[in-house]
Design a binder for this molecule. Structure first.
Ligand code: KG4
Length: 330
């Protein structure tokens, strides 16, 4: 009988130190996420140097906990699969260096993982039946892309943001109107009390499948400065509605372009309640919509261990000189 393949996912690209044990790319045996949000909250955003230092402090402890919870030892691991980009260079280096040292010490293969590929793989853990090809709508703090997922390791970026990532727009709006960090979940919560049709906001139209979010972000900020007593809940709800329309327009064009009726959402912003509800409405038009379990939308090592599994079974092992690549592309 074929042996199960166990990958050890390691994630440290931003402000979460996370280690996970994954069986055959789909099943979580453990997924420990040590978040630094309370540490960075007082600065209103992630401070890179502080993030690196905290990753160093956490990485061994988190790894030990992941192995304990999965009830395995280092011997049971088939491949060590760290994120090597994109992300903050100092933060990435902590997880990657730890993974390389571990790979050397226990003599197990190292398999570098692109963080964006990891976000896509969060869907494979949530849905056992999901297989490529499909259209991925990637919406995170650093990226917004429409990706044709042709196979587990084969991607074509059909469109991307030309300025801010969608998560950056959420975070900036939240900061300016005084909701704090991280902004996305706070805007999400307050928007539930507001009217999405209360305020008309601009949409920047681009002819191809690219996006632009800086216009709507600036419009919300200007409106808040001009009318400080504006209803914040209405502002958040109207912002979410307009940003979802921007996403939806290009998503529909991309579905036609690649002739598919399967969508998978990915990235931290795919945890947004309004966006999830609006995308689910597409199911009435015969489109199958997948979205990661809420816990797997934001950064975690389970998704990295899943993507690492698909790289590993494809023979994509890395050398010990693998370096962190802060602006790694898919
Ligand atoms: O994917 P992620 O954890 O990190 C990157 O890989 O970039 O995404 C983080 C982003 C942040 O901008 C955060 O504000 C946003 O995802 N986010 C949300 C929600 N939860 C997290 N945005 C809107 N609504 C949410 N519920």
């Amino acid at each position: 009988m074929k042996k199960d393949i166990i990958t050890l996912g390691i994630e440290s690209s931003c402000d979460e130190t996370s280690v996970a044990v994954i069986k055959n790319g789909r099943k979580i045996l453990s997924n420990i996420v040590d978040t630094q949000i309370p540490i960075h909250e007082k600065y209103g955003g992630v401070v890179p140097e502080i993030a690196s230092r905290n990753h160093i402090e956490a990485i061994s402890r988190v790894t030990k906990k992941a192995l304990q919870e999965a009830k395995i030892t280092f011997e049971d691991i088939d491949a060590i699969t760290p994120t090597y980009g994109p992300g903050l260079v100092g933060a990435l280096l902590v997880g990657l260096s730890y993974a390389k040292a571990l790979s050397f010490a226990i003599n197990k293969p190292l398999v570098g993982v692109n963080h964006i590929q990891g976000h896509i793989a969060a869907n494979y853990i949530t849905y056992e039946e999901l297989k490529p090809p499909f259209l991925c709508v990637m919406m995170s703090g650093g990226n917004t892309q429409l990706i044709h997922v042709k196979n587990y390791n084969e991607f074509e970026v059909l469109g991307k943001t030309r300025d801010d990532a969608i998560g950056e727009a959420f975070d900036k709006v939240a900061r300016v109107i005084g909701l704090g960090y991280p902004g996305g979940p706070k805007v999400d919560k307050l928007a539930k009390e507001g009217n999405p049709n209360a305020i008309e906001l601009p949409k920047t139209h681009i002819d191809d499948l690219d996006f632009s979010f800086s216009g709507i972000k600036t419009a919300v900020i200007n409106l808040h400065h001009k009318k400080p007593d504006i209803n914040k809940a209405d502002l958040c709800a109207s912002f979410e509605k307009t940003i979802t329309e921007i996403l939806m327009e290009n998503t529909k064009k991309a579905l036609k372009k690649i002739n598919t009726n399967t969508i998978a959402l990915a990235g931290g912003v795919s945890a947004n309640c309004f966006i999830r509800e609006e995308f689910l409405k597409l199911e009435q038009k015969g489109i199958k919509v997948y979205m990661p379990d809420l816990k797997l939308c934001t950064d975690n090592a389970a998704m990295i261990g899943s993507a690492g599994y698909y790289n590993f079974i494809d023979g994509q092992t890395s050398e010990l000189d693998l370096n962190a690549v802060p602006n790694l592309k898919l």
